[in-house]
Design a protein around this ligand. Structure first.
Ligand code: HEC
Length: 486
């Protein structure tokens, strides 16, 4: 065998070694290299397709002169396939992909690499080499492998149906695909007269989940495109428990961390606002007939409706126009233990919560998106006064949850300039009457939760005098405020 074939075999051996050992590799460098896979993978596809096309042209269409370049192209194609597969292996170990599709994509990808190496080994001489009978079979399989592997890769990144989603309706019906529903995630129906389920909830489920969960393609035995199917559930039984979102499989799966194999949708994140609305609708008993105005709307839900322009409160930070945050910075912050999602599908503002212990690194990771963070939930974390001191850079913060943290009066100094703050939850902290003076400048503050703090009724009253539109909840009223949506 020639040197070039030995070289390829060494490359292949390296790939196999990484495949076997890489699951334990979680370093940033691996992840960085892995991200080149989607770009790199176009090299072997392009080169090998050209090699196969020239081969056909030379053999069957009389273009003999092109045959001489085929071995060189196969060699290049095989090497680039090895490199792309290496990067792909690093990327896939990072998680977040639909597991079955990923498994098949990896198998087919590996087969393509092996076929490319074999094809080159059989075809490295310009003249008729030994074993030529095997070559056409290998080349044909290689062509098929490239098409299948590429399609699976596209499905991984873009979701099922990415090839066919934009087909014109007549072509869709010709191919037997379901008619496309054109409802966007942002509701378009008339919310005054239509039931909330029909105008608000179903369009989101159809948009976010309908590709894989419809009467024709019931992934997991579940269709989500109408209420009857939704209530019927999937392979493993009911997926919603009316009135109890915490026990509903749909909610459990939506809120799982990225990379978890049960997470839905498997390959992307639905905006927190939409997840909250679905949760709220289930908690309201999953009504099919009630209109928005007939349902209880907690403050958080009103804010979301507001950000869609659906409530009468279109004010505050959501009127500010900002550019979206850098997606690489978001991904890196997510890796540092934060859960980050757009507040609404059409908004650059972000909702941030912790998905693990709060660290200094996770706060640092927010710096590149300081202008975009509008909601921050640090409830129950190790956040203390110095943590809050570092939040001053989040100048568009509208909602801050600090309940059950170690924050004291000193910490409140850190938020006194957050002019867009509308909601502040200090439940179960050590805050006293003295600390409240730090809030005097927060003219937009509408809801303040002080239950379980050392603040007295007198202290709350003096704050109300400075901020007359502020709703201060000291005790049991805190409960009623969060459920009546005043
Ligand atoms: C890209 C395709 C895809 C999308 C989009 C998707 N799912 Fe799924 N879903 C699947 C597959 C595949 C399964 C079966 C495998 C499994 O159980 O994880 C499944 C299973 C489920 C199940 C479990 C059903 C059962 O009884 O086992 C639930 C619940 C679910 N999905 C909810 C959702 C929700 C809610 C959305 C939208 C927010 C969604 N899915 C979006 C592919 C998808």
């Amino acid at each position: 065998m020639t040197k070039s074939v030995w070289g390829l075999l060494a490359g292949l051996a390296t790939l196999l070694a990484v495949l076997v050992t890489a699951p334990s590799q979680q370093s940033d460098l691996w992840q960085f290299l892995g991200r080149f896979h989607p770009t790199l993978v176009h090299l072997p596809i392009g080169i090998l397709v050209v090699a196969l096309a020239l081969e056909l042209a030379g053999r069957y269409f009389g273009a003999k002169s092109v045959l001489g370049s085929v071995p060189m192209l196969l060699l290049l194609g095989a090497w680039s396939a090895i490199v792309a597969a290496l990067a792909g292996t690093l990327l896939s170990n990072w998680g977040g992909y639909q597991p079955t599709t990923l498994m098949w994509h990896r198998i087919v990808g590996l087969v393509v690499v092996v076929l490319a190496v074999v094809a080159y080994a059989l075809r490295r001489q310009p003249g008729p080499p030994n074993g030529l009978a095997w070559y056409p079979i290998t080349a044909a399989l290689l062509g098929v492998g490239l098409a299948v592997g590429g399609h699976l890769g596209g499905t991984l990144t873009h979701g099922e149906g990415y090839l066919t989603d934009n087909l014109a309706p007549p072509l869709r019906s010709l191919l037997g695909l379901p008619a496309k529903t054109n409802l966007g995630a942002v509701p378009t129906g008339n919310l005054d007269s239509a039931p909330a389920y029909q105008a608000l909830i179903q369009p989101m489920l159809t948009q976010r989940c309908g590709n894989c969960h419809n009467p024709d393609r019931k992934s997991g035995g579940l269709s989500l495109t109408n209420l009857t199917d939704l209530l019927a559930g999937g392979r493993n039984g009911k997926v919603i428990v009316p009135g109890r979102s915490a026990e509903s499989e749909v909610i459990r799966r939506i809120w799982l961390p990225p990379g978890h194999q049960d997470r839905m949708p498997p390959d992307r994140t639905i905006p927190i606002a939409e997840a909250e609305l679905i949760k709220w609708w289930i908690d309201q008993g999953a009504p099919d007939e009630l209109k928005l105005a007939e349902m209880e709307r907690p403050t958080a839900v009103r804010r979301i409706l507001d950000s869609y322009g659906l409530d009468d409160l279109a004010t505050g930070v959501f009127t500010v126009k900002i550019a979206p945050a850098d997606s690489a910075a978001i991904a890196s912050a997510q890796r540092s233990g934060l859960r980050i999602a757009p507040i609404a599908s059409n908004s650059a503002f972000l909702a941030v919560a912790t998905s693990g212990p709060l660290t200094a690194a996770s706060l640092d990771a927010l710096k590149p998106m300081a202008a975009q963070v509008a909601w921050l939930d640090l409830a129950g974390t190790a956040a203390d006064d110095s943590t809050v001191g570092r939040l001053t850079i989040l100048r568009h913060l509208a909602r801050l949850s600090l309940q059950n943290t170690r924050v004291t009066d000193r910490g409140l100094e850190g938020i006194k300039d957050l002019g867009y703050l509308e909601y502040l939850n200090l439940y179960g902290t050590q805050v006293t009457d003295d600390g409240l003076s730090a809030l005097h400048q927060l003219k937009r503050l509408r809801s303040l939760f002080l239950w379980g703090t050392k603040v007295t009724a007198g202290g709350a009253d003096s704050l109300r005098r400075v901020l007359p539109r502020l709703d201060v909840s000291l005790g049991l009223e805190a409960v009623s405020d969060s459920t009546t949506g005043r």
